[in-house]
Write a protein that binds this ligand. Structure first.
Ligand SMILES: NC(=O)c1ccc[n+]([C@@H]2O[C@H](COP(=O)([O-])OP(=O)(O)OC[C@H]3O[C@@H](n4cnc5c(N)ncnc54)[C@H](OP(=O)(O)O)[C@@H]3O)[C@@H](O)[C@H]2O)c1
Length: 355
């Protein structure tokens, strides 16, 4: 699938290209699952044209499948292995993709291709985003924009990491309930008010209590402030969330699905000088490849053991990428849409076998 024309999802079209040959140091992956990322829709819209993206671009940053050819210098034992592969800023929406071998990771038995492309990129961003925020057990965490791949993983990792509370923003009580099942303890709406339909005061109040171990998540006591905010959203409302940091609190922006914050955001940070607050952007591009591999391997293994959930919103055939992008643009997606080059039926059977 290639972006023939920037703009609406209708600009995506099937193109027939020769099977690529892996160059030295590369492998050819015959794909079973392709992750549809938020950045794909941005590239398709043309919003990132200034960064060098051109019409004709094949989107797709991560795939999973089987290694079917190797280039010079690559260990031939990769042939036939089931792998996840990072294709970077493009090349994933394809039946076959060439990838540098250092961007390829073996899939453990029991992990489906669909689960792998749901976790591979997002899980690492969530993990290292929390680390960038110096998250520690016992702290209160807010995940802003929790319903996407990164947010869902940040919620699970913060909960598993011993957070005293994991608040989330999302757009509906139903999504809030799903996030609670993944580890969220408090649900806020996109503006930060109570978002789960529960009675009680609106917005930010008394300090949260630690959720009872193994018990039902509490519904009252929404934290008045947060030690860590993982922000996938940015945009105009970012300063009002920054204001909710506790003294010594840290906000880390890992995405910007609502665009840039206001130009005077820096002034807001300095206004709160006496609270010693921190703001940072975080990109996984700054993490050493070996560290990324190690964390992804750990997360894949944890998912194969059933300790981490990979939330696949829907499996669609590869040539339904237009529909996938329409759903993304409409905000209908909870988790990840996965494209299945061999057909959604084949990928779904594989997913059932693996689960
Ligand atoms: N840091 C990195 O290394 C890295 C790597 C890859 C991607 N990214 C970035 O991460 C972002 C995509 O992450 P993702 O796939 O997890 O997110 P996503 O699914 O695109 O969005 C996350 C959630 O944010 C909420 N949301 C959307 N628009 C909003 C708005 N205008 N205001 C408030 N909430 C809104 C939606 O949930 P509700 O409707 O439930 O509110 C949505 O499900 C992109 O900005 C991408 O560039 C960063």
């Amino acid at each position: 699938m290639s972006i023939q024309t920037f703009g609406s999802p209708d600009g995506l079209a099937v193109v027939d290209l020769p099977v690529p040959a892996p160059a030295a140091g590369q492998v050819l992956v015959t794909t079973e699952a392709v992750g549809v990322g938020g950045v794909d829709t941005l590239i398709r819209s043309g919003a990132l044209a200034a960064y060098g993206f051109k019409e004709g671009h094949i989107p797709g940053g991560e795939v999973a499948g089987t290694v079917t050819a190797v280039g010079d210098g690559v260990d031939p034992s990769w042939l036939g292995r089931r792998v996840w592969a990072f294709t970077g800023t493009g090349g994933g929406y394809a039946e076959q993709a060439v990838v540098p071998v250092e961007q390829v990771l073996l899939l453990p038995d029991g992990l489906s291709s669909a689960a792998a492309v749901t976790l591979g990129s997002a899980g690492a961003v969530a993990h290292f985003g929390l680390r960038h925020a110096r998250f520690a057990p016992g702290e209160t965490v807010l995940v802003r924009g929790a319903a996407g791949g990164i947010g869902i993983m940040a919620v699970q990792l913060a909960a598993r990491g011993g957070a005293a509370a994991v608040a989330v923003t999302t757009s509906s009580p139903e999504r809030g309930e799903r996030l609670r099942r993944l580890g969220a303890t408090h649900v806020l709406n996109r503006s930060g008010g109570r978002g789960d339909g529960a009675s009680g005061r609106d917005g930010a109040h008394e300090r949260g209590r630690a959720p009872e171990s193994g018990g039902a998540p509490e519904r009252d006591g929404t934290p008045a402030g947060y030690d860590v905010i993982i922000d996938v959203v940015a945009g105009a409302d970012m300063p009002s969330f920054f204001d909710r940091l506790n003294p010594n609190g840290r906000m880390v922006a890992v995405g910007a699905v609502a665009g840039q914050p206001p130009a005077d955001f820096g002034t807001r940070i300095m206004t709160e000088f006496r609270k010693s607050l921190s703001f940072a952007a975080f990109s996984a591009a700054t993490v050493a490849p070996a560290a990324l591999r190690a964390v992804r391997a750990e997360q894949f293994a944890a998912a194969a053991r059933g300790e981490i959930a990979a939330v696949v919103h829907e499996l669609l055939p590869l040539d339904h990428a237009v529909l996938a992008h329409r759903k993304m643009d409409a905000g209908e997606v909870f988790g990840r849409i996965v494209l299945a080059p061999r057909g959604a039926g084949a990928a779904s059977a594989e997913r059932r076998k693996a689960s």
